[in-house]
Design a protein around this ligand. Structure first.
Ligand code: ACO
Length: 430
C-alpha cells in the first residue's frame, strides 16, 4: 500500500512529512496518523467528507463514474448473473464460490433460519403499532441474550457462527416484525425454499392457506437484496465498525447499524421517497415540488435524489428502474400512478440545471419503494428490508475489521468551541 511519495504540511514553524498511499482504485490517501504526535494539531472533517476511516478490500464506489464493485465485480453484473447468497459468499470470503462451496454455504444459511423459540415471546412484548425497525433494533440486539455461544469475538469459530446466524435469521426477524404488526401468526421458515422465496412466504403466507411464491417476484426480491448488500463505509457501516472497535459483540454491533440505517437521510429514504411520490400524486404537481426542493429558504429535499458519493447515476437505481417495470408488468399494474409520477419526476429533475449542476441523480431508494409496494409491503417494511439485505455487508466489514492487526478503538477528536474553564456558581447566586 505505501509508496515512497509524501506530502509536506507546513504551519507555524513546523514541517511535517505525511506518507501518501496509492489504493487499487480511488484517490490517493494521505496518512495523518502521526500528525497530532508530531505537530500537536488535529484535522477537522465533520461528516468525514475527506477522511478514509479504514482500509478495506470489500467494496469500491467510483461516484463520478457511477460504478459499484464488490470484490472487484460490478454490481450490474452481479444483479443480472448472480444471486443474493452467492454475493453474500463473495462479500464474506473475498471470492466467488465454486459450485460445491455455494451449495454448502446455502445449506448452512438455510439451516440457521429458525429463531430460538423463546424469541417469539420477546416479539410479543412489543406494542402492535411498533415500527418494524424498532422491533428489529430490539430483537437483533437481544440475540446476544439468546445465542451466548457466538458472542466471543476472540474465537474465529464463534465469529463465523454469529455471521451465519445473522444472515440466516434476519429474514425471519423482519418477517415476524411485520406479522406481529398486522396481528397475524408468525410463519416459520421452510428449508426447501430459496432465501428470497422464504422471506416472501414468511411475510405473506397465513396458516389457513399456503402461499405460492411467484418466481418473478422472488427474483425481484432477491435483486433488491443483492443491490443493497454492501456499500462501503456509509453511515450505518461506519457505525457497525465504530461499535465493534470497542469489542462489542456482533449482535450489539449490527443492532447499532440498524439504528443508524433507520434515519431518513440513509435507509429511511425509501419510505420517505414513496411517501413523497404519494404526496405529489399526479404529474402536474411535480413542478411545485421541484420548486420547493430548489428553494434556499425551504429545507425540503426530493427524497431518493442525491448521494454523498455518487455524483453520477447510481448504478443500483438503473437496475431497479428496469425491475420496477418488470414487476409492475407482471402484476398487471404497469400504469401504476406512482411509477408514472416517479418517471416524470426523474425526467423533469434531470432536465433542471439545479439538479444537474449539483450532480443530483436518483439513488437506490428512488425505485425500490415502488417495487416493494407493488409486492404488497407497507412502507414501514421498506427500511427493515434494506437492513436485512445490508446485514451481510455489515458483517463482512465487521469481520474484516476484527482481522486487522492494527485495530484500535474508534475515538474521533473534536474542535472544542464551548466555554473555557470557569468556576461553579452556587444555585442561589445564579
Ligand atoms: N433535493 C434537493 N436538493 C438537494 C438534495 C435533494 N434530494 N440533495 C442534496 N441537495 C442539495 C443541497 O441542498 C446542497 O445544496 P447547496 O450546496 O446549495 O447547499 C447540495 O445539494 C449538496 O447537498 P449536501 O446535503 O451537502 O450533500 P450530502 O452529500 O451531505 O448529502 C444526501 C447526501 C444526504 C443523500 C442528500 O442528497 C439527501 O438528503 N438526499 C435525500 C435523502 C435520500 O435520498 N437519502 C438516501 C441516500 S442513499 C442511501 O442511504 C441508501
Amino acid at each position: 500500500m505505501a509508496d515512497n511519495r509524501s506530502a509536506t504540511l507546513r504551519f507555524d514553524n513546523k514541517e511535517i512529512e505525511l506518507p501518501i498511499y496509492s489504493p487499487t482504485a480511488g484517490p490517493d490517501v494521505i496518512d495523518i496518523r502521526k500528525l497530532y504526535g508530531q505537530g500537536g494539531v488535529f484535522t477537522y472533517d465533520p461528516g468525514f467528507t475527506s477522511t478514509a476511516s479504514c482500509d478495506s478490500t470489500i467494496t469500491f464506489i467510483d461516484g463520478d463514474k457511477g460504478e459499484l464493485l464488490h470484490r472487484g465485480y460490478p454490481i450490474d453484473q452481479l444483479a443480472e448473473k448472480s444471486h443474493y447468497l452467492e454475493v453474500c459468499y463473495l462479500l464474506l470470503y473475498g471470492e466467488l464460490p465454486t459450485g460445491k462451496q455455494l451449495e454448502d454455504f446455502e445449506s448452512l444459511v438455510t439451516n440457521h433460519t429458525m429463531l430460538h423459540d423463546q424469541m417469539s415471546y420477546f416479539f410479543r412484548g412489543f406494542r402492535r403499532d411498533a415500527h418494524p425497525m424498532a422491533i428489529l433494533v430490539g430483537v437483533v440486539g437481544a440475540m446476544s441474550a439468546f445465542y451466548h455461544d457466538s458472542t466471543d469475538i476472540s474465537d474465529p469459530q464463534q465469529r463465523e457462527v454469529a455471521s451465519i446466524r445473522l444472515i440466516a435469521k434476519m429474514p425471519t426477524i423482519a418477517a415476524w416484525a411485520y406479522k406481529f404488526s398486522i396481528g397475524q401468526p408468525f410463519i416459520y421458515p421452510r428449508n426447501d425454499l430459496d432465501y428470497a422465496s422464504n422471506f416472501l412466504r414468511m411475510c405473506f403466507a397465513v396458516p389457513a392457506q399456503d402461499y405460492e411464491v411467484n418466481p418473478i417476484l422472488s427474483r425481484a426480491m432477491d435483486r433488491i437484496f443483492t443491490l443493497h448488500a454492501d456499500h462501503e463505509q456509509n453511515a450505518s457501516t461506519s457505525t457497525v465498525r465504530l461499535a465493534s472497535s470497542s469489542g462489542a459483540n456482533p449482535f450489539a454491533c449490527i443492532a447499532a447499524g440498524i439504528a443508524c440505517l433507520w434515519g431518513p437521510a440513509h435507509g429511511g429514504a425509501n419510505q420517505a421517497c414513496l411517501e413523497m411520490l404519494k404526496e405529489i400524486g399526479t404529474p402536474d404537481r411535480i413542478p411545485e415540488f421541484i420548486a420547493r426542493a430548489k428553494d434556499k429558504d425551504d429545507n425540503y429535499r426530493l427524497m431518493g435524489f442525491g448521494h454523498r458519493v455518487y455524483k453520477n447515476h447510481d448504478p443500483r437505481a438503473t437496475v431497479l428502474k428496469q425491475s420496477a417495470d418488470e414487476v409492475l408488468n407482471l402484476l398487471g399494474v404497469e400504469d401504476n400512478p406512482l411509477l408514472q409520477v416517479a418517471k416524470e419526476l426523474e425526467k423533469q429533475a434531470l432536465e433542471d440545471p439545479y439538479f444537474s449542476e449539483k450532480k443530483l441523480f436518483p439513488n437506490v431508494d428512488f425505485y425500490s419503494g415502488i417495487i416493494l409496494e407493488a409486492m404488497g409491503f407497507p412502507t414501514s417494511m421498506f427500511t427493515p428490508i434494506f437492513a436485512l439485505s445490508r446485514t451481510v455487508g455489515w458483517i463482512s466489514q465487521w469481520k474484516e475489521q476484527l482481522d486487522d492487526p492494527q485495530l484500535k478503538i474508534g475515538r474521533p477528536r473534536q474542535l472544542y468551541q464551548g466555554a473555557a474553564m470557569r468556576d461553579y456558581v452556587d444555585v442561589e447566586k445564579r
